[in-house]
Structure formats: C-alpha cells, structure tokens
Write a protein that binds this ligand. Structure first.
Ligand SMILES: [Zn+2]
Length: 386
C-alpha cells in the first residue's frame, strides 16, 4: 500500500511539475541505508511553490526542551509559535549520536557521515554543499554564527576537511576561495594570522569585502560584501557580545536582499549547545531568547517579502535536557540533564513561506538538503565538488 502511494506520488510529481531526476550514477560512498534515504527524499516533495530566498536558522543543540525553556522564560509567545508547518528530524550520523560536524554535513550536503567530518563523506571525498550549489546558480550567500566562523556548523556550509579539530586556519583559507558575500561570527585571529603567514583580512579587503570586528559600528552602511569577526577566537556570552546575533542577522538580510537576486543565508545560534554541554539552564534560556530575537528578524523580512522560505531547526539536542519544575508565571525554569553531550532524540523543524509544507512529518536530516535543492531549483547542477 505504501509502495503504491509512493508510486502514485512520484507519478503525480513527474506529470505535474519538473521532478528532480534521481542521479544516474550514485556516489560510490553510498551505503544501502544512505541510498534508501536518498530515494525516499525524491518522493517526499509536496510543494511546487519555490521561494526566491532561503533563510536557514540552526539552533545548535536546540531540542524541544530548550525551546520550551525559552518559551517559559519569555512569558509571551516565541516567534516560532507563528510557524504553522512543523516536522521532526532524525539526527543520527554513522553513529547513533551525531556531533555538530556530521549534523551540519547532513543538512548542507545530503549525506550522513562520520562525526568530525566537515562536508566529507565516509571515504573522505568532498561533498558539495548547498552554499556551493547556490553560488554556482548565482545566488547571493551568507553565513552568520555565534561560534567562530570556522566552527563545525558554519564550516560545513563552505569547507571540506577530514576532521573538525585544529583546522581553523585551513577553513579560513578555504573560505577565501569561495565567493560568499556575508560572513559573521568569531575567529579574527584565524584570518589575521592565516595559513602560511597570510593576512586574510587584507586579502579579503582586496577582494572587496568590508571587514569589521564590530557589528554595531556598521550602522546603516550597506556594503556589497562583508566579513564581521567579533572576537579573536570563540565569541563570548550575551553579557559581553550584546545584541550581536539579531543585528548580524538583520544586516546580513539587508546586504543580501538589496540587489534583488536570490539569496541563501544560514544563521546559527551556536551557544544553545554550549549551555547544554555545561548543564546550565540559565545559559540555554539566555541563548534561546537571543535566537528568538534573531528568528524575529528573519520572520519579519519573510513576512514582508512574501517570497522567502524560513527554516528553523537543530543539528541535535544537547544535554538530555528536561524541565522538572519552575514557574510559568515568573518565567522560571528548573532544568535537569541526563548528559553533558548530545543525545539521539529527534529535533523539531519549523518552516514558513513558499515551500514550507515540504518540511512537515518525520524526516532524515539529509532530506532537508534534498528538499532545499529542489525548492531552490538547483537540482540540475552536478554534485561534483571542485
Ligand atoms: Zn555540542
């Protein structure tokens, strides 16, 4: 019966719209399990609406409890409560419990891989990322994070390294080979004291980037390309970094939307995960509320624009977090943790805008890539990386 429905669905898709072709030669690294996922991906598209722009927000370590904690603390509805298309995502990598590198690789490239891989497959071949596809199709692109810009999640959207550790300078150098318009996060030192003694800050300026270390000083100025590196290495907590993330999101949207071409923007709330690792409810709540203000910037733009898909999801849950007490009236959360690492629990995905209904139901994290690639109409581009 299920098979019949799938056949009928693919028939409908082939007759009613341009169906993405199943790749003729499958990548040699694919295992049976991964292969099945890929074929399923191509039969689960339900939307023919294609967005002009995509804003993809990743709350690192943001499980359902983290979201609940944010909503209790805020006392008024989270922006996420305006999203009507909601699904659940299976986050496992080649291990049951993923890390952020394999999690981001799955969403950025459509392939499950080993923990620690920066957009490399299980045989350490490069996997082409959604940002690389987008660039090839002349979309403007941007990456914004509250980690270093060379941290696992943002790096998986532009870089390719067999391991995530001790490759900050290599990733910064890789970034320089791309044509990504906006990059914001921490990691000034990895550019200033770059690979082989290079000064990538100077190189970026030569390539036409406006480079700064302070988002607030940018004000209304709208450069065509911008790199903002707010800290030498890892960015600090809110107390020190202030309103950086919502401001960075707003500026990135401002820069990318101005020329009226298509744009793809990835924004990461990285430190929700760090609160989970430290088993600190207060840290999680603080980061959730910051992320909520950031989602607001994306939502407000999308609502006005009417042609932008906003996706909000997580790479995994962190902490095995639960809420065992507190007060809704006082906005107080009493959290408990079962782990100081990630867990295998599914994470929610929220979608708004054209194509949003494609993200309902239960899906593999790899499906997000295939759905995006289809919705962005870049399915005909070749999967081979440079
Ligand atoms: Zn983590």
């Amino acid at each position: 019966m299920n098979k019949l429905i799938i056949i009928a669905a693919s028939f409908l898709l082939t007759t009613s719209c341009k169906t993405p072709e199943v790749p003729k030669s499958e990548p040699k690294e694919a295992t049976t399990t991964i292969q099945e996922i890929k074929e399923k991906d191509h039969t689960t598209f339900v939307s023919n609406q294609r967005p002009k722009n995509v804003i993809f927000l990743i709350g690192d370590g943001m499980g359902l409890t983290q979201i609940t904690a944010g909503s209790i603390a805020k006392k008024t509805p989270l922006v996420l409560e305006k999203f009507r298309q909601i699904g659940l995502v299976k986050t496992y990598s080649t291990k049951l419990i993923t890390d952020s590198a394999a999690g981001a690789t799955a969403m950025a490239t459509g392939s499950k891989t080993y923990n620690g891989a920066i957009s490399m497959d299980i045989h350490q071949n490069k996997l082409k990322t959604i940002v690389e596809y987008a660039e090839e199709a002349n979309w403007l692109t941007g990456i914004v994070t509250t980690a270093t810009v060379t941290h696992a999640t943002p790096a998986c959207f532009y870089g390719h390294q067999p391991t995530r550790s001790r490759v900050n300078q290599k990733l910064a150098a890789e970034f320089m080979t791309k044509n990504i318009e906006v990059l914001m996060g921490g990691g000034w030192n990895y550019f200033k004291k770059g690979l082989d003694g290079r000064d990538l800050i100077a190189e970026a300026q030569e390539k036409g980037y406006f480079v700064t270390d302070d988002i607030e000083q940018v004000g209304d100025y709208r450069p065509e390309k911008m790199i903002c590196l707010i800290s030498p290495k890892l960015p600090p907590r809110i107390k020190e970094r202030g309103n950086y993330l919502p401001l960075a999101a707003k500026k990135a949207i401002d820069i990318l939307s101005y020329p009226k071409s298509n744009f793809f923007l990835m924004i990461e709330g990285a430190q929700i995960d760090w609160g989970g690792h430290q088993n600190q409810s207060d840290y999680i709540v603080e980061e959730m509320l910051d992320f909520d203000r950031t989602i607001q910037e994306a939502f407000d733009f999308a609502e006005k624009d009417g042609n932008t898909l906003v996706l909000v999801t997580a790479d995994h849950e962190t902490g095995g977090y639960s809420i065992n007490g507190g007060s809704a009236k006082d906005g107080k959360v009493e959290g408990k943790f079962t782990s100081d690492y990630h867990t295998a629990t599914m994470v929610p995905i929220f979608a708004y805008g054209p194509g949003a209904e494609s993200f309902t139901g239960i899906m593999e994290n790899t499906e997000i890539f295939y759905k995006l690639k289809y919705l962005m109409n870049i399915d005909s581009l070749k999967p081979a990386s440079d």
